[in-house]
Design a protein around this ligand. Sequence first.
Ligand SMILES: [Mg+2]
Length: 221
Amino acid sequence: MAKSNLVIFDFDGTLYPFRPYDSEQTLVLSHAKTKGPLFRLRARLFVRADRRGAFNNPQFYKRYEKIIRDVDPELVEKTARDLAGLLSEEDRAAIRTLTEVADLAILSLGTENLAEFFLEELGLREEFFLIKAKRIRWKKGKAYLKVNIGEAEGKRTNLEALRKTYKKIVAIGDGPTDIPMLEAADLGLLLIWGAESSPHPFELHSSLPSACNRAKEFLTS
Ligand SMILES: [Mg+2]
């Protein structure tokens, strides 16, 4: 932490596009491929229900934790590194250029481990001083979750806790769970990859370079 400005990103759907699954759904489905038919069926049903919005956050965490109980740490890493392939050189450069004017952070309801390996694959891990979401830890070969941000309002309180350190804060997110954080920022940007119209009352950007350029312009004006 050295700059006077901060840019906070959401992770899933913001730093990469859904194709069509998010990083956690992708991990669950990849993990299921290593298991028997019944497990694979359960995993597919879980992901389908999640995509329908069937779970609130605690319900999701409980099921997600159970389904990845014996996930291989290497699969977590591989899943995240593969996702990084969705970004172009231009996307990566857009994030990097922000570091000239701001510190970078991620506040997410996703998985910290996935965000970290994703950034590492892009050569951007060191550019983010804070990544807060939920963490997969392993104890005696079993995975369990440590939830560091459990609800959308947690993004707001975490942003507000950084207020005293930073002069200006820009927040960039893609979905309803980002609204509290976008409201709390000096500038809240919606980044929905490829979108033409905005479902929420925030300035809409349809690409990472567009959102990053706008953030940079705001912080330097
Ligand atoms: Mg998102």
